[in-house]
Design a protein around this ligand. Sequence first.
Ligand SMILES: [Zn+2]
Length: 78
Amino acid sequence: MSARSTMRFVDWTMRPETAPEAPTMMHELQCTTCLAASSATEDFETARDWAFGHVGRNPSHQGYRETVTRFWRMTLTD
Ligand SMILES: [Zn+2]
C-alpha cells in the first residue's frame, strides 16, 4: 500500500495596500549625470523641486530618472 499525500492549492489576491500608514506612492528622482538623488517622497512636486534646484546648480546635468514605489497587499482569496 502506498502512502498518499494531499496538496491544497491556495489562491492569493494582490491589491494596492490600503493600510492608513502606507503611502499610495513614493517618488524619487536621480540625476543620470552624477547620480545624486532626491529623497523618496509621497509628493512628486517635492522631488521635482529638487531636480530644478539640482539643474540650477549644475546646468549640464539635464537627465533624470524617476523611481516610483508602490505598496501591495496579498490576501487569501478563499
Ligand atoms: Zn547631477
